[in-house]
Every structure is written in structure tokens, then in C-alpha cells.
Design a protein around this ligand. Structure first.
Ligand code: UTP
Length: 298
């Protein structure tokens, strides 16, 4: 029985190996790669806080200590900046959200489903959000908040989706949709990384979820699926057979920053949106554009 509870907790799985971003991710988490001057995971935490999340659990793995250090106080640095009167730089450190963040280690990267299962104790018996650090969403209303607004009217599991190009469907979990209303579908089935022929639509699940706690019992019995990993999509499929699972097409520009092309797009577009960087960066691009696109040929 689904009760319309408030979504207070968010899980950020960050224990993946980040192989698409090697060699940068050999010894550091991909979630710490900066988009302009902020680590990717800080954008995610900011979105969570702006959406009203009160407690966050980051699922970490090997080489993830930098994440814990980033969200901890750095007394020595703060005192040095204060002593030097560099209050503008101090401000940048103080902007890092001060929210309750907990950590748990996923000892082996056995898949996203397994990472979410590691949060069972933390979540307890309430709906929770899952936010993937690979997906940075630039939106007027924070993406998770959009999902929460849908959840108020339609309690159940809500998957954040957007249409992707046909040739990209095989990179995502894809929804078999049944229309509910504008931008909202019931996910009657889901397929993880389908081939073009298998894909039931072009609606791909893009890194934001509100999930009912009944998922944990299903994850516990989910066998390794595609890629030998315990897939969250497989457990969501089972959930969709017993509870409403919705797919909501959120508004906003989404960047896949776990992929080199997506990372570069995010870096350029975020830099151009920054008042302190825009003018100089644009001047540089305009001046050098011809040379840049001709691969260095004059
Ligand atoms: P991805 O498949 O995109 O992450 O998982 P990955 O495995 O790190 O990346 P590539 O494909 O090798 O480059 C989606 C999210 O799930 C987390 C990842 O950290 C990422 O945020 N994840 C994945 C875990 O926390 N544990 C896992 O076992 C697998």
C-alpha cells in the first residue's frame, strides 16, 4: 500500500569504475571531475538541497576519499584564506552545501542495483530519491523537485526520462510507456540497454528517480543481468508489476558528464553561462575558431 510520504532522503551512487573516462578515473572518482570549477557531484548535491532533500547517502567505492574530503571542513585552508584576506575565495568554499551527508562503501562494483541495495538501512520504509552523478541537469526548476511535484499527485515510483536519439537507446534503461497525461506515462515495462529492435520507445531513464522502499525486497532477489551486474532496471521492472511506476519527462538540458563528449559540452556551455568567464572565453573562441575547427591548420 503506497502512502504519500515526503521524499526526504537521496542516494547518490558513486562507486562505479568510470571506465568511460579513463585514464582520469584510474585513481580519482569521476564524480570529482570539475565542470568549470566545481566537481560534478557538487552540482548534484546542490540540486538535492534545492529540491528540499534533508539527508544524503553517497555510495562510495575505492579511490573515493576525495569526495568525503570535499564535503568536509578544511580548517587549514579556511584559516589561510582568512589570514590573507581572500574572502572571495573563502566564499567559494562556503558555497559548498552544508547538508547531512553520510557515506557507505560498496565493496565491489556489482552494478547500480547492488549500489542502491547498500542504502537499505539508511532509507528504511520511506520513498527516496536516487541521483546519478553522471547526469547533470541544467533546469529552471531543479530536476528532482520536478519529480517531487509529480509524486505529490501520483504517489509511486517516478523515473525521470527524456527522449534520446534512436541510435542512443542502447546506452540506457528504456521505458515501455502508456500515456497518463502530458509529459507523464505509466512505465508498463522497462528494458536495460535494448538493441534498436528491442527498444519499446525512445524514452530513456536519465539519472533521476523517486523510488518506493518496496524496491529493496526486489533487489535482494534480482540476479545479475546485462553485463553481469545487478541492474536497478530489472528490479524496477518487477516493481512495475505490483505498483505504479511512472515515467516523467523532465524539463531541462541534461549532460552525460560520465562520457567525454558530454563532459566537454557541459564544460563549454557552463563556462559560457558564467558572468565572470563568458566574455573572455567567448573572445578566445571567436578569435581562434577558424584555427580550432581546422585542426590547427592555418
Ligand atoms: P555507470 O555504468 O554509468 O557508471 O553507472 P560506471 O560503471 O562508473 O561508468 P563506466 O560505464 O564504467 O564509465 C551509473 C551510476 O551508478 C554508479 C556509478 O558510480 C554511476 O554514478 N555505480 C555503478 C555504482 O555506484 N556501483 C556500481 O557497481 C555501478
Amino acid at each position: 500500500m503506497i502512502k504519500n510520504k515526503q521524499v526526504r532522503k537521496a542516494i547518490i551512487p558513486a562507486a562505479g569504475l568510470g571506465t568511460r573516462f579513463l585514464p582520469a578515473t584510474k585513481a580519482q572518482p569521476k564524480e570529482m571531475l570539475p565542470i568549470v570549477d566545481k566537481p560534478a557531484i557538487q552540482y548534484i548535491i546542490e540540486e538535492a538541497v534545492q529540491s528540499g532533500i534533508e539527508e544524503i547517502l553517497i555510495i562510495t567505492g575505492r579511490n573515493k576519499r576525495a569526495i568525503e574530503d570535499h564535503f568536509d571542513r578544511a580548517f587549514e585552508l579556511e584559516m589561510t584564506l582568512k589570514a590573507q584576506g581572500k574572502y572571495d575565495l573563502l566564499g567559494l568554499i562556503e558555497e559548498i552545501p552544508n547538508v547531512a551527508i553520510h557515506y557507505i562503501r560498496q565493496k565491489e562494483a556489482k552494478g547500480l542495483g547492488h549500489a542502491v541495495l547498500c542504502a537499505k538501512q539508511f532509507v528504511g520504509n520511506e520513498p527516496f530519491a536516487v541521483m546519478l552523478g553522471d547526469d547533470i541537469i541544467d533546469a529552471e526548476v531543479p530536476c528532482l523537485k520536478q519529480l517531487m511535484q509529480v509524486y505529490e499527485d501520483c504517489p509511486g515510483t517516478i523515473l525521470g526520462v527524456q527522449e534520446v536519439a534512436q541510435e542512443k537507446v542502447s546506452s540506457y534503461g528504456v521505458v515501455k510507456p502508456k500515456v497518463v497525461k502530458e509529459r507523464l506515462w505509466q512505465a508498463v515495462d522497462l528494458v536495460e540497454k535494448p538493441t534498436l529492435e528491442e527498444a519499446p520507445s525512445r524514452l530513456a531513464v536519465l539519472g533521476r528517480y523517486i523510488i518506493e522502499p518496496e524496491i529493496f525486497a526486489l533487489l535482494e532477489t534480482t540476479e545479475p543481468g546485462r553485463g553481469g551486474e545487478i541492474q536497478l532496471t530489472d528490479a524496477l521492472r518487477k516493481l512495475a508489476q505490483v505498483q505504479p511506476v511512472y515515467a516523467y519527462e523532465f524539463e531541462g538540458r541534461r549532460y552525460d558528464v560520465g562520457d567525454k563528449q558530454g563532459y566537454l559540452e557541459a564544460t563549454v556551455e557552463f563556462a559560457l553561462k558564467r558572468p565572470d568567464l563568458r566574455e573572455g572565453f567567448l573572445r578566445y573562441l571567436k578569435k581562434n575558431w577558424g584555427e580550432l575547427v581546422n585542426g590547427g591548420e592555418k
